[in-house]
Ligand binder design. Sequence first.
Ligand SMILES: Nc1nc2c(ncn2[C@@H]2O[C@H](COP(=O)(O)OP(=O)(O)O)[C@@H](O)[C@H]2O)c(=O)[nH]1
Ligand SMILES: [Mg+2]
Length: 324
Amino acid sequence: MSGAPRPQGGVGAAIGARLRLRDLSAAPAALNLLESTAPVDREQSAALLKEVSPAALGSEAPAHVIGVTGPPGAGKSTLLSALLHAWRQQGRSVAMLAVDPSSRRSGGSLLGDRARIDFDPTDRGVLIRSTAAGERLGGLAWATRAAAHALAAAFDIVVIETVGVGQAETEVADVVDTVAVVVQPGSGDVLQFLKSGIMEIPDVLVVTKADIGQIAMRTRRDLSAALRSLGSRSTRVLSVSSLPPPSGIEDLVAALEEHRAGLDVGERRLRARRAGALTDFALEHGERGLRALGGRRAAEQLLAAQEPGLEVPALVAALERGMR
Ligand SMILES: Nc1nc2c(ncn2[C@@H]2O[C@H](COP(=O)(O)OP(=O)(O)O)[C@@H](O)[C@H]2O)c(=O)[nH]1
Ligand SMILES: [Mg+2]
């Protein structure tokens, strides 16, 4: 680091404090800061996250953080448009972070004729952002995880949309309260992944395009049967149609709500912060760093000994102190 020392309470802390007071207009600046990779911005990002940590809030961030994942073309964006509308009707503020896989490939033709999330750009209760997918190794990009933590202080609902089945779902499960997997009627991949144990059982399964009829109903039945044979009783399987006139959206809103209501949010978020800290530490210091701590197990114990309300950068700092 060079230059003059930064004053206490810099721009990161100011943005964080506004989010903590649920000032939604601070959100775009927060996302810009968290996405910046400049070292000085990283410092300010850490200051921002400290302001919205459970320690600063006095409780877990109020939002329901929801992961929506599924293969390209399954109908995620169209569904999110319908959900957004339903949530706004209830008067709830919504932030949606779409993790864009096209940034990892050339051109972005992968997304072809896909729908965009449809929203009113003058609506101040809504924030939609596409973010780059980041390095695969680290799971969800640091900026996406950090953004979810920050926005959860201000918004009622925070959605992270990721593309894929299996890995993508596991990654998002580390960050969110509720995982919804979106299934294209007639495609067997989610069914096979569930049966073979490749993918963890999601909290909610959503079969899209109910309007196309039989095949959507059969997919829903097959998934329900597979879940029963796996002994899962808590996962809800729903069928929706997102194109006008939509159907099943209210039930989905209720099912998401129900999952959140039955959750120990504090426990789940604490686990997520610790997992995130380990990921960030390993990205920064590699296997050598983990060895310097005495291995992954020791790192986990060190994290478990920290104050539960600490935010991810503070936990990473604690691990770094443990290296010496
Ligand atoms: N018939 C029908 N088509 C749908 C429905 N939802 C999405 N689609 C179509 O499926 C295609 C992919 O949808 P999109 O939302 O872009 O999928 P994503 O890639 O998962 O985000 C688009 O052509 C949508 O119009 C639905 O409920 N019914
Ligand atoms: Mg999409």
